[in-house]
Design a protein around this ligand. Structure first.
Ligand SMILES: O=C(O)CCC(=O)C(=O)O
Ligand SMILES: [Fe+2]
Length: 356
């Protein structure tokens, strides 16, 4: 498709609308290229078929060997389920209910919160815009906004319905902020850094670490073997936390194979993101992951990205982990520069995932 036609094309419809229109086949823009289709499928079936083979590690943050377990998972997988993380099941249920209630509003009510990326308004309700010449789209709508720290948050863009949305998400944000510090401490100790707050300090944590929430809403898809809810990517964050509505869909790449995440009661999923991979000089792996869709159930996930400020931090391997035997593998860059670089690589179709 010529680039011009992507630019003048009307905005893609919400995926929810497509899903509810009872199409038997999905529009072309949602069909993945052939090489990717070979290993897609219905997420419910994939979960069923994934009982053998390697599984994403489960780590208990209350256990005595939690530093070893978390460190091993971050090195070998770049992703783990965590249990006993300190966020109560009641709060997780409230977060699920609030997000679900928002997405259950009529489309017109949600459109009042529509983002407008062309005007730099990135917070709000949206669907993926085609950002490459192929016009490829993803089978999801989402709501994106900053949830922490309070003084940087813009409550005017948050959903006003359900009426307890703000209170619940603020509580979720402050609890996750505590959990982010805990995970960064464990991961600092796992790298034998001099202090447990070393990683957080480097990310300008105490004042400036940001938590961005993206509620991913994946409608039912009539042809799940042709589409992806979220295409394969690594997160740019330091860490990402994922809560979901107990419908499968997340897959991570491990030793060249896609592994479907199991549904582990009361757990959160934690991803190592690019920022932490860079600081650790590649000792911790930013995990490549994607989201499958399915025919029968709506999937919702709440991804919280824990990010350094855009310009105030230069991401580069920490001095303590750079040695003659392990020279720095990443050039210094701010978070903003890292984002730009990734966007550029995507536009030119450079899918080399060995270099974040
Ligand atoms: O839905 C999921 O489980 C993952 C979503 C995701 O990878 C993202 O929002 O970056
Ligand atoms: Fe992600």
């Amino acid at each position: 498709m010529p680039i011009e036609s992507v630019i003048i094309a009307p905005p893609a419809p919400r995926v929810e609308t497509l899903s509810k229109s009872n199409l038997h086949s999905i529009p072309l823009e949602y069909i993945r290229p052939e090489h990717e289709r070979a290993c897609l499928g219905d997420a419910l079936e994939q979960l069923h078929n994934s009982n053998s083979g390697p599984q994403i590690p489960i780590t208990d943050l209350d256990s005595r060997d939690c530093i070893e377990k978390v460190t091993k998972a971050a090195k070998e997988w770049g992703v783990m389920h965590i249990v006993n993380h300190g966020i109560s099941s009641e709060l997780m249920e409230k977060v699920r209910a609030a997000g679900k209630a928002f997405f259950n509003l009529p489309l017109e009510a949600k459109e009042e919160y529509a983002n407008d990326q062309s005007k730099g308004k990135i917070q709000g309700y949206g669907s993926k815009l085609a950002n490459n010449a192929s016009g490829q789209l993803e089978w999801e709508d989402y709501f994106f906004h900053l949830i922490f720290p309070d003084d940087k948050v813009d409550l005017s863009v948050w959903p006003k319905q359900p009426s307890d949305y703000i209170e619940i998400m603020q509580e979720f944000g402050s609890q996750l902020r505590i959990l982010a510090s805990k995970m960064l401490s464990i991961l600092s100790l796992g790298l034998q850094l001099p202090t447990k707050d070393r990683l957080e300090q480097e990310l300008k944590g105490p004042e400036d670490l940001l938590l961005q929430l993206k509620i991913n809403y994946y409608p039912k898809c009539p042809q799940p073997h042709l589409a992806l809810g979220v295409e394969a990517h690594t997160d740019v964050s330091a860490l990402s936390f994922i809560l979901h509505n107990n419908v499968p869909g997340l897959q991570v790449l491990y030793e060249g194979e896609w592994v479907t995440a199991k549904l582990v009661p009361d757990s959160l999923i934690v991803h190592v993101g690019d920022s932490l991979e860079i600081l650790s000089n590649g000792i911790y792996k930013s995990v490549l992951h994607r989201g499958l869709v399915n025919k029968e159930k709506v999937r919702i996930s709440w991804a919280v990205f824990c990010e350094p400020p855009k310009d105030a931090v230069v991401l580069k391997p920490l001095d303590e982990v750079v040695t003659d035997d392990a020279p720095a593998r990443y050039t210094p860059r701010t978070f903003a520069q890292h984002l730009e670089r990734k966007l550029f690589k995507k536009k030119v179709g450079d899918l080399d995932d060995s270099d974040v």
